[in-house]
Ligand binder design. Structure first.
Ligand code: MRU
Length: 342
């Protein structure tokens, strides 16, 4: 399915399938695909055709709602839902969304609710985060946290785009984000679409950018946050936080509450997905190493909470001591209820 509309839609319910924007094809091709079987849904998540913690949660929620309609046998359905829930282990949003849909009396209605809720949550994150962005800020970001990563308005990128719309004239240094280039393929593309000034750099240019380009802050997304603020995000994020601390640059995380795993005390308990060697030994069919090279390819790392200046959620900016401020978010009223969404 080819589509070249300006407004990209990450994930959409379409009656007998879940439609998704194939993020692997961006920025060159805007292609929508349909997933209607457990194999197709699982593959779209595993191959990062649909990616970004909130977006895979919403896609998984619609996927389970669809399979509830197409798989009559309860045991077979439970196995299929488990396959989707486990398709990627680090982003807690996927398991969170699938569990919510499984517990709901009307699975589709609930999946739709999670999607609508994310749009409202992203808007609140953008509003809450705008204060941490000074005027004319030079901002460094990593991976992709824009609208296609959340199926809403984005988290860290949503904050930056809101600052831009507010007339703050941010300039964003975009890490290309090896090995799958979410920064160069997706973030740079989304920033240009939004009219935000941006400069692309290789990941290893981050240190000299902080030293010579007067970076004011770093802001990134998250895949799972522990009760003490330790934050899993795309590989390379931890290194950026250390670099930022060395240069005295504030390092922020923006994420919805659904990315916080209140059941784990520290980041040591966050499972880290390790992906195929082929992602490192080549790209787009070109070889970048001998094909038998031994490879370590963790998709995420964990930034200790003490390196994080603030965690922006839909409830505002949480700051240290995170072991107090993060658990306090669990007791806050549901955002959906506040907005009368469900
Ligand atoms: O492997 P990916 O591309 O799904 O990793 C995504 C990230 O690390 C994002 O920063 C995170 O999911 C937040 S998306 C709003």
């Amino acid at each position: 399915m080819q589509n070249s509309q300006d407004e990209l839609v990450a994930v959409r319910w379409d009656g007998d399938a879940v439609v998704y924007l194939d993020q692997r094809r961006l920025p060159h091709d805007i292609v929508y695909e349909r997933a209607s079987t457990v194999e197709q849904i699982e593959a779209a998540i595993k191959t990062l055709a649909v990616r970004g913690a909130p977006a895979i949660g919403i896609f998984g929620a619609y996927g389970v709602a669809l399979l509830r309609r197409t798989i009559a046998d309860d045991d077979a359905f439970a196995l299929a839902a488990r396959r989707i829930r486990d398709a990627r282990p680090t982003a807690v949003n996927l398991a969170w969304a699938v569990d919510r849909v499984l517990e709901a009396p009307d699975a589709l209605d609930h999946a739709r609710g999670i999607h609508r809720e994310q749009v409202a949550i992203d808007a609140a994150i953008a509003q809450a985060g705008i204060d941490v962005i000074p005027k004319d800020a030079k901002i460094l970001t990593h991976c992709n946290t824009g609208p296609i990563a959340t199926a809403g308005g984005g988290t860290a990128l949503g904050v930056i785009i809101a600052a831009h719309r507010d007339g703050k004239r941010p300039h964003v240094f975009v890490d290309e984000t090896r090995p799958l280039l979410q920064g160069s393929r997706l973030t740079y593309f989304e920033l240009k679409q939004a009219g935000v000034d941006a400069t692309l750099q290789v990941d290893s240019a981050a240190a000299i950018a902080m030293q010579r380009k007067a970076i004011d802050l770093v802001i990134v997304g998250a895949d799972r946050i522990a009760r003490n603020g330790d934050t899993a995000n795309k590989i390379g994020t931890y290194g950026l936080a250390i670099l930022a601390a060395h240069h005295g640059i504030p390092f922020y995380v923006a994420a919805p509450r659904s990315t916080i795993d209140f059941s784990i005390a520290t980041g040591a308990d966050i499972p880290i997905e390790e992906r195929a060697a082929a992602e490192v030994t080549g790209f787009g069919g070109a070889h970048a190493a001998t094909q038998d090279a031994r490879v370590y390819n963790p998709a995420f790392d964990v930034t200790p909470g003490h390196l994080i200046a603030g965690i922006v959620t839909e409830y505002g900016v949480s700051r240290t001591p995170y072991q107090e401020t993060i658990p306090a978010l669990a007791g806050r009223a549901s955002f959906a209820a506040l907005l009368d969404l469900q």
